[in-house]
Design a binder for this molecule. Structure first.
Ligand code: KG4
Ligand code: ZN
Length: 339
């Protein structure tokens, strides 16, 4: 069974094609095409929904064509598409394309959840997924999930109550004059800094009401106040120290809660996903804390951590293999979809 996955929830138009192997219960990647509009958003300092939608519209058909060519097929056996969560106008483009092609090719169409895709994609590199806790961190989302089986509904353990972790990286990077998206530049600057230089606050460190939610706006404000106070006093600013101390605070709360959730639930695997898991300190701290807690850590390669179509194709394949029924062509995209 060959499945095409279409992703258009944010600023990446992704089309991936995978082949499901029922014996190993994993997928082989046949194509991974991504067109990103990230450069068009740089001057605005954040993703502009209308700009992203227009870019998807221009990119969707050429990206699908490139994926079919790369896989050497004329059409897949099934189509999966991100139905949510994401930007409303951006999602519409992928969903409309998937419906149109499913009808034209006469293949079944499956509407899937973007967040589950970030977990499913790890099976391409690391094999079948055992019950796990997944920590997803990107510019658009920060979620802690409990995945029992990829073909079954996923349980949300927590999410951010304000900014996404990647968004906090981008906003602080902007404050420090590091450009957009600033997460990678902040990571580089932090390499030269002292993570203990400034004691920035950690928001929502303990579980509350049975949830493992996150908050980053207080931390972001603390960085802004720190910069203002230094400037007012005419004191020099150490960008590397601020970057390293901020990064340490984000990595601390993310990994602390993820490991805590896995331990509380009695699962022995933690999966990371989303573009911000490229962060060197989030990775190293997750490695240290998983080793201490006796957890297996799984992180897809960077290319598959960011938004792409392979993750959607992979989740679609798992759902189909698990007996999921095709979605109706009348199904609507759902920007606020939870898991
Ligand atoms: O998953 P992704 O490519 O796109 C979406 O947000 O949907 O994630 C991009 C986010 C941006 O906020 C970017 O600044 C952040 O991930 N990011 C990083 C690093 N690399 C990417 N944040 C911190 N450190 C990094 N090395
Ligand atoms: Zn994502």
């Amino acid at each position: 069974m060959i499945v095409m996955g279409i992703e258009s929830s944010c600023d990446e138009t992704g089309v991936g094609i995978v082949e499901w192997n029922g014996t190993t219960r994993t997928c082989k990647q046949l194509a991974d095409e991504v067109a990103s509009s990230v450069d068009q958003h740089a001057r605005f300092g954040g993703v502009v929904p209308e700009v992203a939608s227009r870019a998807h519209l221009e990119a969707i058909v050429p990206t699908m064509r490139r994926a079919l060519d790369a896989a050497g097929i004329a059409k897949p056996d099934a189509l999966a598409v991100t139905i949510g969560p994401g930007l409303a106008g951006a999602l519409l483009v992928g969903v409309a394309a998937a419906k149109a092609y499913a009808a034209a090719w006469d293949v079944p169409f499956y509407a899937v959840n973007h967040l589950g895709g970030h977990v499913a994609v790890d099976t391409l590199e690391h094999g079948p997924m055992p019950p796990c806790v997944a920590l997803l961190v990107s510019g658009g989302h920060t979620h802690l999930l409990h995945v029992h089986d990829l073909a079954e509904p996923i349980v949300e353990l927590g999410s951010t109550v304000d900014d996404a972790a990647g968004e906090a990286f981008d906003k602080v990077a902007r404050l420090l004059g590091l450009g957009f998206p600033g997460g990678p530049a902040l990571d580089v600057a932090a390499q030269e800094g002292n993570p203990k230089a400034i004691a920035f606050p950690r928001g929502m460190t303990g579980p509350r009401d049975g949830r493992y939610d996150f908050s980053f706006s207080g931390l972001k404000t603390a960085v802004a106040r720190y910069v203002e106070s230094k400037e007012r006093a005419g004191e020099p600013l150490s960008i590397p120290d601020i970057a390293a101390s901020f990064q340490e605070a984000v990595a601390d709360v993310l990994t602390m809660k993820a490991v805590r959730a896995a331990t509380d639930l009695g699962v022995d695997t933690l999966v990371l996903g989303g573009g911000a898991t490229a962060n060197s300190r989030i990775r190293s701290m997750a490695e240290e804390r998983c080793a201490d807690a006796g957890l297996t850590l799984r992180i897809p390669k960077p290319r598959l951590c960011t938004d792409n179509g392979v993750m959607i194709a992979s989740l679609g394949a798992h759902l189909i293999a698990g007996g999921a029924q095709p979605s109706l062509l009348t199904v609507a995209s759902d920007p606020g979809l939870s898991v």
